[in-house]
Design a protein around this ligand. Structure first.
Ligand SMILES: Cc1cc2nc3c(=O)[nH]c(=O)nc-3n(C[C@H](O)[C@H](O)[C@H](O)COP(=O)(O)OP(=O)(O)OC[C@H]3O[C@@H](n4cnc5c(N)ncnc54)[C@H](O)[C@@H]3O)c2cc1C
Length: 219
């Protein structure tokens, strides 16, 4: 996919805080890769609905999955949906609360969602979603036909995606700069802890290397 230097569409053009807009494919994908959940929005017959969901991506597409009877995904199939991924990197404390802010990275993907019907494509998407969170598709029991049939997978093109990024210090007013008030940034991060076995585990309690390697890493 070519790297757009500008927004891919009028509706994904960041208007407020345009200096924080990022449209380069590589940066958008980097923010998506660092995230764990997307907030997915659809228009349902009884009103707008936004729910948190896991996701995965390849070069062209964002994938979402749920139960075959999933209301949000079922409603979204064949319609415009929106998926948003957000990272809070810092609490930006200004000299006046009026100028407090947050350092963040966020991506908004808008587009037409479609259910994946073909089995091989569906399984590929499910592996991508699974391994996006923690690489473990190949560590558990093999997926059965029943598992596959009970699962609904939607694909959403990444063609209309924008990112917005804030980093750095508070931006205070000139008159406040020499005042006695503290200003700075309180960092925020998601840190992965040590894996522990399920209470009813009968297999070897030692977590797989892939899980142990995550201990202490920052997402
Ligand atoms: C971190 C995280 C990751 C998740 N990942 C997935 C995923 O990958 N796939 C998936 O299918 N589901 C996931 N879920 C659950 C998802 O948010 C929905 O609850 C689920 O998909 C059911 O959707 P539905 O439209 O069928 O819900 P319904 O049961 O039809 O929703 C009915 C009503 O219940 C309420 N409701 C539903 N979900 C939530 C919620 N999460 N929190 C508060 N109220 C709610 C809302 O008011 C909604 O209108 C995840 C949830 C979290 C918190």
């Amino acid at each position: 996919m070519a790297e757009p230097a500008t927004a891919p569409s009028a509706r994904t053009t960041v208007r407020r805080g345009a200096n924080r807009a990022v449209y380069e494919d590589a940066r958008v994908r980097e923010i998506l890769d660092a995230g764990m959940i997307a907030h997915v929005g659809v228009q349902t017959p009884d009103g707008p609905l936004v729910l948190p969901m896991a996701y995965g991506r390849d070069d062209e597409t964002l994938y979402l999955h749920g139960a075959a009877a999933n209301h949000l995904l079922g409603t979204g199939d064949g319609h415009e949906i929106c998926a948003t991924v957000t990272h809070v990197d810092g609490l930006v404390m200004a000299r006046t609360p009026f100028h407090n802010s947050m350092n963040y990275r966020s991506v908004v993907v808008r587009g037409h969602a479609t259910k994946i019907e073909e089995k091989a494509a569906k399984l590929r998407a499910l592996k991508i979603i699974t391994d996006h969170v923690v690489e473990n598709w190949d560590l558990g029991r093999e997926v059965s036909d029943i598992d596959e049939k009970k699962t609904l997978v939607l694909e959403l093109p990444l063609a209309e995606a924008s990112a917005k990024v804030r980093a750095g210090d508070p931006i205070d007013e000139e008159d406040d700069m020499k005042g006695p008030w503290w200003a700075g940034v309180i960092p925020v991060e998601i840190r992965i802890g040590a894996a522990y076995p399920a209470a009813d585990l009968t297999a070897d309690p030692t977590p797989p290397n892939a899980y142990r390697a995550l201990d202490g890493t920052v997402r």
